[in-house]
Design a protein around this ligand. Structure first.
Ligand SMILES: Nc1ncnc2c1ncn2[C@@H]1O[C@H](COP(=O)(O)OP(=O)(O)OP(=O)(O)O)[C@@H](O)[C@H]1O
Length: 576
């Protein structure tokens, strides 16, 4: 049984705990006074709105009685009074709606900011990728939080209104007929149990629906992001199938939801009609026939029964909404649990590589595993990269070269041994695929510290060094926002990434095939620039031309084997 099944089966207590864990920090955090103040106003308004309903039920009774007795004066007086009550109630209703939505918005803003911070803390956004139970984090942050705050307040107001209405109308009914109150309680309790029994499948189905909708949307986003590659491959057929398949998942699951909603609706409709048409009349008719109550009282009592039943049947009437809400809480709760506590992502009891901060990069007896511990990539590796001495990592594809860099950066920790390295602030990693942000040319160059104050002439100089002097003119200057991935060639992107490196002048640069798309002349000038700046580098690469910029070569030989050779003793002079 996986984590999701466990959670869906224990929807009651655990669900409440999850709800409270997500909700509590806002009401006890830095915005608590504003939030509580607004909540108090909201609850006050809900109270007034419910009272107005009870008052109107009395007006209704008097109106019917005035009609029955042909009392014209009483009739018009009651109408005037009712209009007065409505004139006050309407603006209060609108105000209550406004306050509720405003509070939901404040809560959403607070919660979203908190989730976003935690998502980026301790690189949770990266680690989460290896946790199969946390799908589509984007949807959880963008949509689940929104519906969590909206529906929570909605339900709270509804619950309060129901309780007040219930108390008020039970009072009304009690004065007319006590059996009516007893029937109301028994009937609504049975209805609630019936609804939960019929509807409990919906929580799991709604949980899946959110996931499938998000998968479908992600499928479409993936096509947009990979449009050029798909077009080159003429892969439309495969992509259409894949997107349709994802939509089919959405469709099939929703069909199941519809089936269960239909069953539930059959039950709730019968429940409501039976109550509307018969129950109060059956109890009250004998009292009316024997002259103990007037006609107006019957109208008031049936209305009171109706309102009371609606209040008692909150779960029956709102079950579909409640089941979606419960599914949302589960999705958000699991997500919060994982990003708040990144250690959850570490496999309990399994060994991890020690990382210590030091002047130089050194690996001591490192055995590196893939994050799921399924595969050992390198065993008992020891190598030191002293300042000023470049290390070239070579080896066949898939032997673990990039993974070793991930381990040095602290992204992967599965394994044993110890990695010493300078502070991450003194190191810069250029990944295999250049990363270009959405922003201007200046942002590209200064990333990730985009608010540094660097003059255009300095930027010009750096671009000249990487042979991109013409770029500002080509893209309309340093401040114009562009989708650089689609207007720059891969080699240009790599040179831009190098410019970033030259600007930030880290002590160590880690280059994962960072010049693979460049011609030898460009490659040579970039490495020369690094040398001139005194930057120590560790490179992954396949080209023999790289050898002369490094002091030693670490070869990953496959089957977890490795070999370190000083460059001058490197016999073949040819890389694998
Ligand atoms: N997140 C992951 N979880 C499990 N295994 C992974 C993960 N990422 C990569 N691997 C596997 O780890 C092995 C080493 O991958 P790595 O990217 O380090 O290879 P590489 O030597 O850099 O290859 P190349 O030269 O093709 O870039 C590969 O077999 C790869 O499939």
């Amino acid at each position: 049984m996986n984590r999701i099944d466990i959670n869906l089966n224990r929807v009651d207590r655990q669900l409440w705990q999850r709800f409270w864990t997500i909700a509590k920090p806002y009401w006890f955090g830095n915005e608590k006074w504003g939030a509580r103040g607004l909540l108090l106003i909201l609850l006050g308004l809900a109270l007034l709105n419910s009272s107005q309903e009870i008052l109107l039920s009395y007006m209704n009774r008097d109106l019917i009685n005035a009609l029955a007795h042909k009392n014209i004066k009483a009739f018009y007086e009651t109408i005037a009074l009712s209009l007065g009550i409505i004139a006050i109630a309407v603006p209060l209703n609108a105000l209550s709606d406004y306050v509720q939505r405003k509070l939901a918005l404040y809560w959403r803003r607070w919660l979203t900011e908190r989730f976003i911070s935690q998502y980026f803390d301790n690189r949770a956004y990266y680690r989460i990728n290896s946790d199969p139970t946390i799908d589509n984090p984007d949807q959880r942050i963008a949509e689940d939080i929104k519906s969590f705050t909206n529906v929570s307040l909605d339900l709270l107001v509804m619950l309060l209104t129901s309780v007040i209405t219930l108390i008020g109308f039970i009072g009304v009914m009690w004065s007319i007929s006590i059996p009516l109150v007893i029937i109301l309680v028994i009937y609504s309790t049975l209805g609630t149990f019936g609804t939960v029994w019929f509807g409990k499948r919906l929580i799991g189905l709604n949980f899946n629906q959110s996931k499938k909708e998000a998968d479908f949307r992600y499928g479409l986003i993936h096509v947009r992001d990979s449009a050029e590659s798909i077009a080159f491959y003429q892969g439309e057929g495969r992509e259409v199938d894949r997107v349709k398949e994802r939509f089919n998942g959405v469709y099939r699951n929703f069909n199941r939801i519809l089936k269960w909603e239909r069953n539930l609706s059959l039950f709730t409709q019968s429940y409501q009609h039976l109550a509307h048409l018969f129950l109060p009349f059956l109890v009250l008719a004998p009292l009316y026939f024997s002259g103990q109550i007037k006609l107006g009282v019957i109208t008031q009592a049936t209305k009171a029964f109706d309102k009371g039943l609606k209040s008692m049947s909150l779960i029956v009437l709102k079950f579909e909404k409640l089941s979606e809400f419960a599914a949302g809480i589960n999705r958000l709760g699991l997500f919060a649990q994982t990003i708040e506590n990144p250690d959850i992502l570490a496999k309990v009891g399994l060994p991890t590589i020690d990382t210590v901060v030091d002047e130089q990069v050194a690996l001591a007896h490192v055995t590196l595993e893939t994050p799921n511990y399924h595969n050992t990539l390198v065993r008992d590796l020891s190598v030191t990269v002293a300042a000023g001495e470049g290390l070239l990592i070579a080896g066949q594809s898939g032997t673990g070269k990039s993974s070793l860099l991930r381990a040095i950066a602290g992204l992967w920790q599965a394994g044993t041994g110890r990695i010493s390295r300078p502070n991450l602030g003194d190191m810069l990693f250029l990944p295999q695929r250049p990363y270009l942000i959405l922003g201007s040319l200046r942002d590209q160059l200064l990333y990730p510290h985009t608010n540094r104050d660097i003059s255009e002439s300095e930027l010009d100089l750096i671009l000249k060094q990487v042979n991109l002097a013409h770029l500002p003119e080509r893209v309309g200057g340093y401040e114009v926002e562009l989708d650089f991935v689609s207007v720059l060639s891969l080699g240009e992107q790599q040179r831009l990434a190098f410019a970033r490196l030259l600007l930030s002048k880290p002590r160590y640069a880690i280059l994962d095939e960072a010049t693979s798309a460049l011609d030898l002349k460009n490659e040579q000038s970039l490495y020369q620039s690094l040398k001139d700046l005194g930057i120590t580098y560790i490179s992954v690469g396949h080209r023999s031309s790289l050898l002369k910029y490094h002091s030693s070569v670490l070869e990953l030989l496959g089957d977890c084997r490795w070999r370190v050779t000083p460059v001058e003793k490197y016999q073949d002079g040819v890389l694998i």
